[in-house]
Design a protein around this ligand. Structure first.
Ligand SMILES: [Zn+2]
Length: 144
C-alpha cells in the first residue's frame, strides 16, 4: 500500500521493532497485550522525508534515509520507537499527534538512552518529554 518502500529496509525495521517491543516487555512498561498489538504493526521503510503512523492500516513508516544517516547511536531505534509510540498512544488513550500522552508512550517503549533524539524533532519536545517522564514515574504501570 505504501509507495516506494524498500524490502531490505523492512527486514531491518522488523528486527529493530522486535527488539524495542521485547525490551519494553522485559522492563514491564507495556502489557503482554500491548506487546502483541505492537508486534502486529508493520514497519515500512519508505523513500520520503518523514515517518508516519497509519492507524487504520496498522502500519507505520520510517524514512529510508534514517537507516543510513549518521546521526549517532540508536537513531533508527528512536525513529521506529517514535512511530510505534503513535500506535501505542492511540491504543491506550485514543490520542493522535505529539501530545504529552504520546510522550508517555515513548517513555515506555523507547530505550532511555535514545530518547534524546526526540529533542531535534519538535521545539516543545524536551518539555513534553519531561512532563511525560514525571507522569510515568508517578503512575507507572497503572495507566487508567
Ligand atoms: Zn510523530
Amino acid at each position: 500500500m505504501v509507495k516506494g518502500y524498500c524490502r531490505q529496509g523492512t527486514v531491518k525495521c522488523r528486527q529493530v521493532s522486535d527488539r524495542i517491543i521485547k525490551s519494553a516487555r522485559k522492563k514491564g512498561t507495556i502489557t503482554a497485550y500491548e506487546a502483541r498489538y505492537l508486534s502486529e504493526v508493520t514497519v515500512w521503510c519508505v523513500d520520503q522525508g518523514r515517518g508516519r503512523a497509519y492507524y487504520r492500516h496498522n502500519d507505520v513508516t520510517i524514512p529510508k534515509w534514517s537507516l543510513t544517516e549518521e546521526k549517532g547511536c540508536g537513531y533508527i531505534t528512536w525513529y521506529v520507537a517514535h512511530e510505534l509510540s503513535h500506535m501505542l498512544a492511540k491504543k491506550r488513550w485514543g490520542t493522535r499527534g505529539h501530545t504529552v500522552d504520546f510522550y508517555r508512550a515513548l517513555v515506555d517503549i523507547c530505550p532511555r538512552q535514545h530518547q534524546s533524539h526526540e529533542y531535534g524533532y519538535q521545539k516543545r519536545s524536551p518539555k513534553k518529554l519531561r512532563q511525560a517522564r514525571a507522569i510515568q514515574k508517578e503512575k507507572g504501570y497503572d495507566r487508567r
